[in-house]
Ligand binder design. Structure first.
Ligand SMILES: *Cc1c(COP(=O)(O)O)cnc(C)c1O
Length: 399
């Protein structure tokens, strides 16, 4: 071992002892209701492929066609020669979908969030974020150089009070639309009112609502009846319900032009492969058209909540396909996940620091790729495991 690595092995051993060690699984199957890991076929309840589009034949065919037309790599950044007709058409389609003047593609949601935050605010400005925001929003806010404050989860009054306190040139309030580890939806109408009254931008990252919630899957912002004046900065990701890869920011012409001029994670990176844009255009069509996918998803969620609460499990206040079961300690969450896997069901244990201390959980997610029998199978196994793992666990106050 190189001597400089010694502190790394000490830190890794400590992490393992605290039940916080993270491990990858090597998957031998396409996205779908079932997966294969280490030769074992497992029912998959932890993917973000909410609509079952990641392996849809039309999306796969579009990807092939895109590769035939454009090859694999885009060859350059968007500002050099990487911005193909396919990227451009997808941006126009996403602007239409989100009912905003413009949309701008980024290579990942992480890059969309960090690049947008740094482009909009800096020294002399203020950023306020929900404590449970996605890591990319938190890191982007911290790195922006603006004064950074967190408010308690969904606490609109505290957000307003923090906006009123302290001098700031530009002000930006940032929230997940659907919270990725809890599944609840932000109080968007109230946040928008608070922001409008104080001349602050509201930025909503709807990675988990886009495609899943609202008319044609337009997401939680549209479902709340909010337009571009209420939520000037709307972020969507394409790797979840859309089943492909990448992300976008939708908003005004000036917003998008500002990002093109100065979002560093937009400028200094290779454009996504054009075939991904072609595949996403196909998946967007299915997202808008196939209302049955959202209906099926909602039925799974309803059945699961009724079944799991009858078994005595601690559910969280979520009506989205993200349905966490609170466990408490990291050790118990790992044991619960291992017991499910033993029974042929894959659900990842989510531990701190991804979630607050004492609120380790299993994050169960549903997909339109599941059928009713899959949900019943999950409930059967949860019934067998209820004596070990069903118990009331309070969510620790997010302070
Ligand atoms: C997944 C996720 C992201 C990151 O998107 P990627 O395209 O996977 O980088 C950003 N925000 C939220 C809320 C997410 O859940």
């Amino acid at each position: 071992m190189p001597p400089a690595d010694r502190p790394l092995s000490t830190a890794l051993a400590e992490r393992r002892a605290a039940h916080l060690y993270r491990e990858r699984r090597t998957v031998d199957a396409p996205a779908g209701a079932e997966t294969v890991i280490d030769g074992a076929r497992l029912l998959n309840f932890c993917s973000n492929d909410y609509l079952g589009l990641a392996n849809h034949p039309q999306v796969v065919a579009a990807f092939h066609a895109g590769a035939t037309e454009y090859g694999v790599g885009s060859g350059a950044s968007h500002l050099v020669t990487g911005h193909t007709r396919a990227h451009h058409e997808l941006e126009e389609a996403l602007a239409d979908f989100t009912r905003r003047p413009r949309a701008l593609l980024f290579s990942t949601g992480w890059m969309a969030n960090t690049g947008t935050l740094a482009a909009l605010v800096g020294a002399g400005d203020a950023v306020l974020e929900d404590r449970l925001n996605h890591a990319s929003l938190i890191d982007g806010g911290l790195a922006s150089g603006a004064r950074f404050r967190r408010y308690r989860h969904n606490d609109v009054d505290q957000c307003a009070a923090l906006l009123d306190k302290g001098e700031a040139n530009r002000k930006l309030v940032v929230t997940d639309g659907v919270f990725s580890m809890d599944g609840d939806v932000a109080p968007l109408g109230e946040l928008a009112a608070v922001c409008r009254a104080r001349d602050a931008w509201l930025m909503v990252d709807d990675a988990h609502g886009m495609g899943v919630l609202g008319d044609e899957g337009r997401g939680c912002v549209d479902a709340a009846g909010l337009g571009v004046d209420d939520v000037p900065v709307l972020v969507g990701t394409l790797g979840k319900a859309f089943g492909t890869f990448g992300a976008f920011v939708a908003g005004s012409d000036d917003l998008v032009e500002t990002l093109i001029q100065s979002a560093r994670s937009y400028i200094y990176t290779t454009a996504m492969p054009p075939a991904v844009a072609v595949a996403t255009l196909a998946s967007l069509e299915l997202v808008r058209r196939d209302e049955w996918r959202r209906e099926r998803l909602a039925a799974h969620v309803e059945r699961f909540r009724a079944g799991a609460s009858a078994l005595g499990y601690s559910l969280m206040p979520s009506s989205t396909p993200i349905q966490p079961l609170l466990v408490g300690t990291s050790e118990d969450a790992l044991a619960f996940s291992a017991a499910l896997r033993e029974a042929g069901i894959l659900v990842a244990a989510i531990r701190p620091p991804t979630v607050p201390e004492g609120s380790a959980r299993l994050r169960i997610t549903f997909s339109a790729a599941h059928d009713e029998a899959h949900v019943e199978r999950l409930l059967d196994v949860l019934a067998q495991l209820a004596p070990r793992f069903a118990r009331a666990v309070a969510v620790p106050a997010a302070e």
